[in-house]
Design a protein around this ligand. Structure first.
Ligand SMILES: [Zn+2]
Length: 373
């Protein structure tokens, strides 16, 4: 009787160990088959709140925007370390480093400690990086992905960080911060020494498919879509992806794309400008989403740093019962606002960007997905 009991226990133990082994093997296999994030395309609509996206949807009579292809959508809280209403410097720093800071500060905590950003982590891992914007590349949002300075207005100093970081692709405005500087240094010489192709417009890069490239068509900001800018942002995004793909040769890259002027038109309370810039950004988002479709291992995260203007969409005739499709746009401020902003995530790893997040969570999740601990 005692023996039978012991044998039965032994049998049970063997079955248990067997089951555990099978579970472990399945578990390991499951980890192995999870697609890994290699490429990250981080797209920031400066000042692009929910109302800005909604106004653009209305402008095209609800024909779906490219960003509506996003499989996973979330919200993020934008407040900075010292203000419920952030500026682009503090929000950019949160989105690039995973640390909240004071308004006006770039790439460092309120006590001026520099913090490594997600672009630098890619560079440190030997992976190519790029920045594509429509404002000067030394403006607050792109600055937060390359520089560490206590004040966003230190743009001469911010420009030098592009050379220090050896960002592969630098497309935007702001050439004056490279060759009309207070210290009289011509940074284009330093870039030339590092074998950068230096261009003034995209067409000059038609034969450039790899290597380092900087294209700054304007001394300051580029023109807006309302003022005649062409399909620059989508085309520059496509060119950056081509160069980074070749530079990475399958090992992964990081690209930050900013639609900079949605914010500017928010400050001006100009809804036509907001819609034109948001639509232009959406065209660039289409390029990135299509790229992710064709390149497994690509994660695209679209978000804003904050909203601007306090834009709301109201009934054009102020009566709800007429249903005549008239809308009106109202603004509550010429400044930024403090409500949550949307996240649209697409491609490999997109499922990690849902729910209500902090802005600092975004680079932290990217870091984890890339195993940059
Ligand atoms: Zn602004």
């Amino acid at each position: 009787m005692q023996n039978t009991k012991q044998n039965f226990r032994k049998l049970l133990r063997s079955i248990l160990i067997g089951v555990l082994l099978i579970v472990a093997i399945i578990g390991v296999n499951r980890i192995d088959t999870t697609p890994k994030v290699k490429n990250i395309i981080f797209m920031i609509g400066d000042g692009m709140g929910i109302a800005q996206v909604s106004a653009t949807q209305i402008a095209q009579d609800y024909e779906p925007l490219a960003l509506e292809r996003a499989e996973y959508v979330g919200l993020q809280k934008t407040y900075s370390a010292n203000s419920r209403v952030t500026d682009s410097a503090a929000a950019g720093t949160a989105l690039s480093t995973g640390h909240k800071t004071n308004n006006g500060m770039i790439g460092m905590t309120p006590d001026s400690l520099p913090k490594t950003n997600i672009l630098e982590l890619f560079e440190q891992a030997g992976k190519p990086t790029g920045i594509v914007v429509t404002y000067p590349v030394t403006n607050a949002t792109p600055a937060a992905f390359v520089a560490h300075v206590p004040n966003r207005h230190m743009e001469d100093e911010i420009a030098t960080y592009y050379i220090e970081n050896e960002v592969d692709v630098i497309f935007g405005g702001g050439s004056s911060r490279f060759n009309q500087r207070a210290d009289s240094v011509d940074l284009f010489e330093a870039l030339g020494a590092k074998n950068y192709t230096i261009a003034k417009e995209l067409s000059e890069l038609a034969e450039v498919h790899s290597g380092n490239a900087i294209m700054l068509p304007t001394e300051g900001s580029m023109s807006s879509r309302l003022d005649g800018r062409d399909e620059y942002l989508p085309e520059a995004t496509a060119k950056a992806l081509e160069i980074l793909t070749n530079n990475a040769s399958g090992d992964g890259f990081f690209l930050m794309v900013e639609s900079s002027m949605i914010d500017g038109y928010g400050h001006q309370n100009n809804v036509e400008g907001i819609i034109k810039e948001t639509k232009d950004f959406d065209n660039a988002i289409k390029v990135a989403f299509d790229y992710a479709d064709n390149h497994p291992g690509t994660l695209v995260v679209v978000t804003a740093d904050h909203s601007t203007g306090g834009l709301t969409i109201v009934n054009g005739n102020r009566r709800f019962d007429l249903n005549d499709h008239q809308v009106d746009y109202a603004f509550t401020t010429g400044g930024h606002t403090g409500e949550m902003v949307p996240i649209f995530a697409y491609g490999t790893g997109a499922e990690n960007f849902t729910g209500v997040l902090e802005n600092i969570d975004l680079p932290t999740i990217m870091r984890r997905l890339m195993n940059f601990e």
